[in-house]
Design a protein around this ligand. Structure first.
Ligand code: SF4
Ligand code: SF4
Length: 241
């Protein structure tokens, strides 16, 4: 799957249809699974949030940027224009997720949200409302039936929900900012802006410190940095008149 086909929300051509209604938290749902592990193979759409990367970094006790370099593929989203980081399947090993070892997830307790939810998926509105829906898996095997809130609780998804909302709302707001800045900044400054976005959203984190305060501090720094880039561009425009 090409980079352009993937953005922060996964596959950009994905549309939730009437066949995938939003589920109430006390609703029952069912799916079939044979436990083959294939949903951890050949996947190009396991997009990580900054919090996902921080959790994996803490699990591996490595700086986030080293984890990203070692296990992920990075791009700039065609729709969002924001950094997009996703797990990179290992071609030499059956296209397995880099963390798949003998049908088990080696980072189970730090699984990315996409994996923890599967086959459910999450939808967050601009207002911060969180909904879940069931993705079609097309798999056979043992039928598993669960209540949405119980299924989410088994991997502590409710405990991280507030951070996931903050992340989603941050990205939605930044999409607008970046779109506006791309219209005024030179290509060189756009690349500088992207480097600052990577730093603020993914790399500028200490895995030994709590995630959320670092995100808030990084966003403040980013705001200052983006303002500086805008002023620098304005000065250059003025001096060339
Ligand atoms: S959901 Fe499907 S692909 Fe994933 S482990 Fe179960 S049977 Fe295999
Ligand atoms: S991170 Fe774990 S659960 Fe997610 S695709 Fe990789 S091996 Fe599977």
């Amino acid at each position: 799957m090409r980079d352009e086909a993937i953005d922060l929300c996964g596959q950009i051509n994905f549309t939730r249809t009437d066949a995938m209604p939003l589920l109430e938290r006390d609703a029952q749902f069912r799916f079939a699974c044979a436990g083959c592990g294939n949903c951890c193979r050949g996947r190009e759409d396991i997009v990580l949030s900054g919090y996902d990367l921080w959790r994996i970094a803490a699990r591996l006790r490595l700086p986030p940027q080293i984890v990203a370099r070692g296990y992920c593929r990075s791009s700039i989203g065609r729709v969002s224009h924001l950094p997009v980081l996703r797990l990179a399947p290992v071609k030499e090993n059956r296209n397995n997720c880099p963390f798949l070892t003998e049908n088990h997830c080696a980072i189970h307790e730090a699984e990315p949200l996409v994996c923890a939810l599967y086959p459910l998926a999450q939808e967050i509105s601009r207002a911060g409302e969180v909904h879940y829906f069931l993705q079609p898996t097309g798999c056979g095997g043992q039928v598993i039936e669960a209540r949405v809130q119980d299924y989410l609780a088994r991997y502590d998804v409710p405990a991280r929900e507030a951070i996931d909302v903050r992340w989603a709302q941050t990205c939605m707001a930044l999409e607008d900012t970046v779109e506006r800045l791309e219209e005024v900044l030179s290509p060189v400054l756009v690349r500088r802006m992207q480097a600052k976005l990577w730093q603020a959203l993914y790399f500028g984190y200490d895995y030994a410190q709590d995630y959320l305060p670092q995100l808030e501090a990084n966003l403040q720094t980013l705001d200052t940095e983006l303002r500086k880039l805008t002023e620098y561009q304005k000065k250059r425009n003025d001096s060339s008149k």
